[in-house]
Design a protein around this ligand. Structure first.
Ligand code: DAH
Length: 369
């Protein structure tokens, strides 16, 4: 039986010689500091600190040494491996920091650079508002009626009981097309669509017509030669002012919020009798007229109510002009400014941005498609 080889000379086990361990250690340290990125360091770790690294293999030889030599050899190899492990950890930390900094620098996005991406278009806020109004009337069973913006004088005025002497027929308010004897105007109101609706349909008639209208107004913060109205007309048996009031209250609450109703003030329109101006309850102060901190409400200027449009019971003369028997049918009609409604809904002081086509204005009202 052979016992441990007492004569075994560790100096003869080459991988465990001090010089050799030192050489392996230095080679490993050189490789560690030469690793230029995390990938390279991974390879170095495998090669110089892995299970098959020269020092790991040398470590295995220790068992073959005589007991008195093992301790020293073990320390030598252990120390060398410790130093290498430490160097790898340090290099790893340094490379990670470097990597992160490089990524931050490389991936910086200059948000101020011009883009080649096309901006999405925006639908015009007035288009959206018109559609909203149309939708809420369609939900009540109304039809959307349309008429031309270049309209016959007769439909814009005469059929609506606006006699030739009515002030609205003077050259001041109306854009006339040439030649004048053709009696064609740019419609000054959406009301001619009432006449068209009655001339082309048999009662019962329930129509709304949002559309553009034209007047020779100066262009300023509250006037424009082109603006938008929505017209409503109902012709049926037994229609009264009460139906009109209920309809407009519903319209107001749908457009401005729950609990927002309307009030009527006596007025005159040639095409309705009786006629009323409609005010809508201020949806900010809800009719109190009070603003913040003792001031009056800014939206309605302390009135509690905002002027919204005109309305009334359709004048029997209009029914007759449009071929409807006033002994059988009655009706109501109303007309509101869409731009005005939009302005006070959004607290706009100036209506001009509505007509100037800046897409940023349209986008600001959340109208991206
Ligand atoms: N057409 C009127 C205007 O432009 C508004 C109007 C008032 C329309 C009363 C109506 C109505 O249908 O009944 O001032």
């Amino acid at each position: 039986m052979s016992g441990p080889n007492k004569d075994y000379d560790p100096v003869e086990v080459t991988p465990l010689k001090a010089d050799e361990v030192e050489r392996m250690r230095d080679e490993a340290l050189a490789a560690v500091s030469g690793a230029s990125d995390l990938e390279a360091l991974k390879r170095v770790r495998l090669e110089h600190a892995g299970d098959r690294s020269p020092l790991a293999l040398a470590n295995r030889e220790i068992g073959a040494l005589p007991p008195q030599a093992r301790k020293e050899a073990g320390q030598r190899v252990g120390q060398a491996r410790g130093v290498i492990g430490q160097a790898i950890a340090e290099r790893q930390a340094a490379l990670e920091v470097e990597h992160e900094e490089r990524m931050l620098a490389e991936e910086t996005v200059d948000v101020s650079l011009p883009t080649t991406r096309r901006r999405r278009g925006s639908r015009h806020p007035l288009t959206l508002q018109s559609e909203l109004i149309a939708d809420l009337f369609v939900a009540m069973g109304y039809e959307i009626a349309e008429g031309p913006v270049v309209e016959a004088e007769w439909l814009n005025f005469d059929a609506l009981n606006l006699g030739p002497d009515h002030p609205a027929r003077t050259m001041q308010d109306t854009f006339w097309t040439e030649p004048a004897d053709h009696h064609v105007v740019l419609r000054t109101q959406t009301s001619p669509v009432q006449a068209r609706a009655m001339l082309t349909r048999n009662p019962p008639i329930y129509v709304v017509c949002p559309g553009r209208v034209f007047r020779t107004d100066e262009y300023d913060a509250t006037h424009s030669p082109m603006f938008h109205q929505v017209e409503g007309l109902v012709v049926d048996e037994g229609i009264t002012m009460a139906h009109l009031k209920g309809t407009l209250d519903h319209f107001a609450s749908q457009l401005f919020g729950d609990g927002i109703d309307t009030r009527f003030r006596p007025s005159y329109f040639p095409f309705t009798e009786p006629s009323a101006e409609v005010d809508v309850r201020c949806f900010v102060c809800r009719g109190s007229g009070a603003g913040e901190g003792g001031d009056s409400c800014r939206t309605c200027r302390g009135e509690g109510w905002i002027e919204w449009g005109g309305c009334g019971v359709v004048n029997p003369r209009v029914l007759v002009s449009c071929g409807v028997d006033p002994d059988v049918y009655s009706g109501f009609a109303f007309g509101m400014g869409i731009d005005r409604s939009f302005m006070f809904r959004h607290n706009l002081e100036d209506l001009r941005p509505l007509f100037e086509g800046d897409v940023r204005f349209a986008a600001a009202f959340g109208s991206e498609i």
